[in-house]
Design a protein around this ligand. Structure first.
Ligand code: GLY
Ligand code: MN
Ligand code: MN
Length: 485
């Protein structure tokens, strides 16, 4: 990393805060020199982003929902990791959904106008070349890269753009009803503190969560890209299992991450690279354990596209390339449960149906294997299978891995499936290493199979079908990838 913007020469008056701190030791001649001699790089005639029509339609729907109210949707700010380094930035889902933009500190404002609203996006403009900000400030373009000018942002996003540094002042002076999406930008919330209520702001958050449940054509395309990219990432992992055996689960995490960063924006959530008994920990993201031939690898990972849509796929793979008899018995039971779950995904079905269908299969197997006393109806009624199934069978998927999480119960888990909804179907069985109620050979085995299922007009489509699921197909696929190397 380069030295701080304070440099090494200003030792008498070091600048602690790189952000916005102008370096005091700049001579007039240097300041003059730095302010001139730069080409005009303004871009003209930019094409709008591909989803501009969809983001406009989403803003129109939002406007219709809250007539006469000012709506404020922030992207969020950088978060400090340590001292003057920050975590990589990920714009708030609500902001990216409504604008297509992903710039830190951005804020979308919908101002009531006549029957509807006028939208304005508030952004940090390109850094000024006259006052030295572009090379002296930590947010200057010679430090962090070129930003779009406001005029460029307008062309790309189809939304008039203004300087965000003036927004907090304007908001604190504004009158009339206002709502803000909370939790992303403390300064914007502070400017509105005496004008908003938690209850009304929560309604806005809930609306934006529910609005995302049915995906438009652009979103479905992005989810398919995320799944396809994730499938390639899984292939990458299979090809390096020998290297993972020589190192640790981290090799798997790093291999998948490479694919996510090269083809997409990031991973959509912490990759779960769980070998052996770690597969029984639902969100094993420490990924620091050994990878041993003879064990299973539960890999639950998703690439997030450049537009922030993520896949969420799990495969449970035999590290040796072949399942043992018991591993296969458990795997086949989970596969059967997943098949039953996927078959229950269709328009008009209750959201809960796919969960119930999968749980019934798993409960039946557990009774058959003598692990819990039947009949199956009793097990299901008392939920006794949950000792080994642990979690719900799926969730909505989209820009957030657990999408639409703020939706009301009646619009989500007690709701009905509609074409355009996308959900995961991910049953699992987990026999903890210290579970004395199961035979010893079961202990430490965890299996989950997870696919991303789009509800279509007449049923469903598996967006992650590129990855094999049936045990024999998984084995054949692994063998072909190993031969491919
Ligand atoms: N990867 C988290 C989940 O499957 O829900
Ligand atoms: Mn998952
Ligand atoms: Mn999931």
């Amino acid at each position: 990393m380069a030295a701080d913007a304070a440099g090494t020469e200003g030792e008498e008056q070091p600048i602690k805060q790189r952000k916005n701190g102008l370096y005091p030791g700049v001579s007039d001649e240097l300041a003059e020199n730095m302010s001139t001699g730069w080409a005009d790089t303004e871009l003209h005639g930019l094409e709008p982003i591909p989803q501009a029509e969809q983001t406009a339609a989403r803003r129109a729907a939002l406007s219709a929902r809250y007539p006469g109210e000012r709506l404020v949707i922030p992207a969020g700010n950088l978060k400090t990791r340590s001292n003057d380094t920050e975590y990589s930035f990920r714009a708030s889902t609500e902001y990216a959904y409504l604008t297509g933009d992903q710039t830190e500190d951005g804020v979308l404002v919908l101002e009531p106008r006549g029957e509807g609203h006028s939208a304005t996006i508030h952004l940090l403009p390109r850094s000024n070349r006259e006052n030295g900000e572009f090379w002296l400030s930590g947010q200057g373009e010679l430090w962090v890269g070129r930003r779009h000018s406001l005029a460029e942002a307008e062309q790309l996003l189809g939304i008039p753009a203004e300087d965000v540094r003036e927004l907090a002042g304007k908001l604190s002076e504004a009158t009339g009803p206002v709502r803000v999406v909370r939790g992303h930008d403390a300064a914007i919330e502070a400017a509105l503190t005496d004008k908003v209520t938690a209850e009304r702001d929560e309604e806005l958050r809930v609306y934006l969560s529910e609005a995302r449940a049915v995906k438009d054509a652009f979103e479905i395309g992005e989810l398919q890209k995320a799944c396809d990219s994730t499938a390639r990432g899984f292939e990458d992992v299979v090809k390096v299992l020998d290297k993972a055996e020589a190192t640790s689960e981290r090799y798997i995490e790093g291999t998948f991450f490479l694919r996510a960063r090269v083809e997409g924006n990031d991973i959509g959530y912490g990759s779960i690279c769980a070998a052996g008994p770690h597969a029984t920990t639902l969100h094993w993201v420490r990924n620091d354990g050994p990878v041993r031939s003879g064990d299973l690898l539960l890999l639950d990972a998703g690439v997030e596209t450049h537009t922030l849509y993520t896949a969420d796929i799990t495969r449970t793979l035999p590290i040796s390339g072949r399942y043992t008899e018991l591993q296969r018995k458990i795997y086949d039971a989970v596969y059967e449960a997943q098949e039953a779950g996927i078959a229950a995904v269709r328009p008009g079905a209750k959201y809960r149906d796919f969960h119930d269908a999968a749980q019934r299969v798993l409960a039946t197997k557990l009774v058959e294997w003598g692990l819990v006393e039947g009949p199956v109806e009793r097990v299901l009624e008392l939920g006794l299978q949950r000792r080994w199934t642990l979690h719900g069978t799926g969730h909505m998927l989209g820009m957030d891995v657990h999408d639409c999480a703020a939706a009301r119960t009646e619009a989500y888990v007690d709701g009905t499936l509609e074409p355009g909804m996308c959900l995961t179907v991910e049953p699992g069985l987990y026999f903890q290493a210290d579970d004395l109620t199961v035979p010893e050979e079961y202990r430490g085995i965890g299996v989950r199979i997870e696919d991303d299922i789009l509800v279509t007009k007449d049923g469903n489509r598996n967006l992650s079908a590129a990855l094999p699921r049936r045990a024999d197909e998984v084995e054949a696929w692994m063998a072909s990838l190993k031969n491919d190397k």
